[in-house]
Design a protein around this ligand. Structure first.
Ligand SMILES: Cc1ncc(COP(=O)(O)O)c(C=O)c1O
Length: 170
């Protein structure tokens, strides 16, 4: 199954992963929660652009972390701006959690918008990126995965099994 997931990433996203780099859970929620439980220490901060999918802050708090909510304005298409990201990063920041396409706003980051965000992130290598792309195949907007920017930092991409059911992964 992990080989099939790796093939899917290659075929649909142009990304190279080995089966050993892939984990499979019972849903996006479980995978994200497991990742927080495995990585967050008390006081670690997780930047969450708002509006966000309802469960994110609670998952962070259950794992002992502190959610840092960054309100994204309607005028900006409910997308995180690089300047806001730069200002929010502290020595305690562990993760930036990106959800694109977004539930609830539908906002989907373009390659250029993600490049602007990763230009900030390359200056802060202690910040890892968790991307929730559960809604990717349901979107009619052209979106892009932040993982396309090569880096040694930790990336976690969540995909929902319901998405997989709609579109076979192998
Ligand atoms: C953005 C987002 N992430 C994760 C999930 C959870 O996905 P799953 O049902 O696979 O646990 C949902 C469910 O609605 C969602 O909207």
């Amino acid at each position: 199954m992990k080989d099939a997931v790796a093939k899917k990433f290659k075929r649909e996203n142009g990304l190279d992963y080995k089966a050993s780099q892939i984990t499979v859970g019972t849903g996006g929620k479980q995978v994200l929660y497991n990742a927080f439980m495995a990585t967050l220490n008390p006081g670690d901060e997780v930047i969450i652009p708002a509006p966000y999918w309802v469960s994110y802050p609670d998952m962070v708090m259950l794992a002992g972390g502190e959610p840092v909510e960054l309100v994204c304005r309607m005028e900006d298409g409910f997308k995180l701006k690089p300047e806001a990201l730069e200002k929010a990063i502290t020595p305690k920041t562990k993760w930036l959690l990106l959800n694109s396409p977004s539930n609830p706003t539908g906002a989907a980051y373009t390659r250029a918008e993600l490049k602007a965000l990763t230009d900030v992130l390359v200056k802060h290598p202690h910040v890892h990126v968790m991307t929730d792309e559960c809604m990717n195949t349901w979107s009619t907007t052209t979106s892009c995965s932040p993982r396309r920017r090569r880096s040694s930092r930790r990336f976690i991409r969540a995909r929902s099994p319901s998405t997989a059911a709609r579109r076979p992964i192998a």
